[in-house]
Write a protein that binds this ligand. Structure first.
Ligand code: HEM
Length: 176
């Protein structure tokens, strides 16, 4: 059904709308995989780690999990960014960034920039080298900080998703 609709639109020369819909599909799938993973880490894995007895047990466990999630999150972050900027370009919606009622557009870019910096700069260049060297007495402090950061980022992401879905379907802060 979908393919029939795409090819008939192609024949009529309006394929770009399909490209926009495709970008939206990629964008939303990326957000689900990415923020879903962050929610899993924050609400399930980190509380499970809190029950572990030693700091070294926690560090090993986190390194194993993170080693699998980070590469996946990097690819997905790139896809979300590419599809997002493509949609801004397609909609010619750059002026939205000058209006407060499109706060959810700023929030999307903010969340994306924070995670991009974490995944591509802070994690590989700073954390990967620092965490194994962290002394036993600092490990507890590092773990608490990591737990707090995950909750802050997850909350910010969920507020952003709620705002983006509501906003892109016409539910604005003030009028149209
Ligand atoms: C570079 C970063 C990003 C850009 C440029 C961007 C851009 C966009 C654009 C242009 C739309 C369509 C708006 C419309 O139809 O009026 C959109 C939709 C959306 N974005 Fe983003 N986005 C980015 C990152 C994110 C992030 C990090 C999240 C999640 C935390 C996110 C979640 C969503 C959601 C949930 C929608 C609504 C989809 C729907 O209901 O159909 N975006 N984004």
């Amino acid at each position: 059904m979908f393919f029939i609709s795409v090819s008939s639109r192609k024949d009529r020369g309006i394929i770009s709308m399909d490209e926009f819909v495709f970008a939206r599909v990629v964008h939303v799938l990326g957000v689900v995989l990415w923020i879903g993973g962050v929610a899993m880490v924050t609400t399930v894995l980190i509380p499970a780690m809190a029950q572990m007895r030693s700091a070294s047990e926690r560090t090993d466990f986190f390194a194993r999990i993170e080693g699998r999630f980070a590469p996946q999150a990097r690819v997905v972050t790139l896809l979300v960014g590419l599809s997002g900027f493509y949609m801004v370009h397609f909609l010619n919606a750059w002026s939205r960034f000058t209006e407060l009622r499109f706060w959810w557009m700023h929030a999307m870019v903010l969340v994306w920039v924070i995670f991009t910096l974490m995944l591509f700069v802070v994690e590989p260049l700073v954390l990967r080298k620092q965490i194994p060297k962290t002394a036993q007495h600092d490990a507890e402090k590092t773990f608490r900080r990591m737990r707090r950061m995950h909750w802050i980022l997850l909350s910010l992401s969920l507020i952003t998703i709620a705002g983006a879905v509501a906003g892109s379907h016409g539910w604005m802060l003030r009028g149209e």
